[in-house]
Design a protein around this ligand. Structure first.
Ligand code: MG
Length: 161
């Protein structure tokens, strides 16, 4: 049996500040704060990109899309995700599934989860069942609980084509 599978995990955090746009999982969410970032600050996508890169030991998102480059200033992170997955596919691998956990005190994310899953699935051209997005608060503990930041973890599994 061909069992050429690879696993990866990723983590990202961004600071929150008033008056900025909050984009998570490719979805813009109405809120009084958004992520401070060189790109659009989408922690879900950044964690997912790092998890994908980790599967094949391709380095990290900062290596491929440096925040010192004007090319990536304000960029839609969906473009970074697509480019990351292109690197994976060009090496003969495909996504089996991705599981993402978002840590955020506010606002409530549940209503946006279906949109996030379909946005990510559409960028990766995989069935929506392959993408899991979960969210939790941190019970008001730590910087996330104080609404100073937002965090995301991602785990992915790849299979050789
Ligand atoms: Mg980031």
């Amino acid at each position: 049996m061909n069992c050429d599978i690879r696993i990866g995990n990723g983590y990202d955090v961004h600071r929150l500040a008033p008056g900025l746009t909050l984009t998570l999982g490719g979805v813009t969410i109405p809120h009084d704060k958004g992520c401070v970032a060189h790109s659009d600050g989408d922690v879900i996508i950044h964690a997912l990109c790092d998890a994908l890169l980790g599967t094949l030991a391709l380095g990290d998102i900062g290596h491929h899309f440096p925040d010192t480059s004007d090319e990536f200033k304000g960029i839609d992170s969906k473009i970074l995700l697509r480019r990351t997955y292109d690197m994976i596919q060009s090496r003969g691998y495909s996504l089996v599934n991705a599981d993402i956990t978002l840590l955020l005190q506010a606002p409530k994310i549940a209503p946006y989860v279906p949109q996030m899953r379909s946005a990510l699935a559409s960028v990766l051209e995989v069935p929506v069942e392959c993408i899991s997005v979960k969210a939790t608060t941190t019970e008001r503990l730590g910087f996330t609980g104080r609404e100073e930041g937002v965090e995301a973890y991602a785990a992915v599994l790849l299979c050789k084509d």
